[in-house]
Design a protein around this ligand. Sequence first.
Ligand code: FMN
Length: 178
Amino acid sequence: MIDVSLSESVRLISPRVTVLINTLDENGELNSSPYSWVFPLGYNPPLIGVCIGGKNKLSYVNSKRTGEFVACVVSSNFGQQAVNCGQSHRSGDKLWEKNGLSLEKSVKVGTPRIKEAKAVLECEVFTVLEYGGPQLLVGKVVHAEAEEGGLDQINPLLHHTGEKFRTIGQEIILQRKK
Ligand SMILES: Cc1cc2nc3c(=O)[nH]c(=O)nc-3n(C[C@H](O)[C@H](O)[C@H](O)COP(=O)(O)O)c2cc1C
């Protein structure tokens, strides 16, 4: 084993699924940006957390204002397009459109989803935790859909760190004794 700096230690909990966080700006334009510090926080109610590093990030500003967001799981087949949406941008720049992604209506929230996504979680903002540094945007899932076939079909893009990504490996079944 080698020592890992404390600031780097949190990166040992990786890779994680990459999602596009969709939000609406004050003109009703869709903003869609990649996030991978995204975690399940509970089943009942179903909660997910998105760790947002900066109060000026549009995903944070928009979701706080509208009270909703959609987490669109990024599949490897549109991974580069999704990553390109993380480039610095302003409200209304529509990086999703410039990168060849398209929109589709959501079912339970007004914020549209990314049509290319094979799994989507429509969320209402449950709470926002500010603990110094980043903010945790907590969403309550109010509707979710996924392509049939599970992970092999979705083939989520896993983010390790920086420009390093992975795809999923083979499924293995391990017994969990009671
Ligand atoms: C794969 C990937 C994952 C990212 N994950 C996060 C994250 O979890 N939290 C974060 O604050 N920024 C993350 N970023 C950076 C944001 O995407 C970037 O700051 C973006 O411009 C924010 O957009 P917004 O202002 O529309 O929210 C990530 C970028 C990439 C490419």
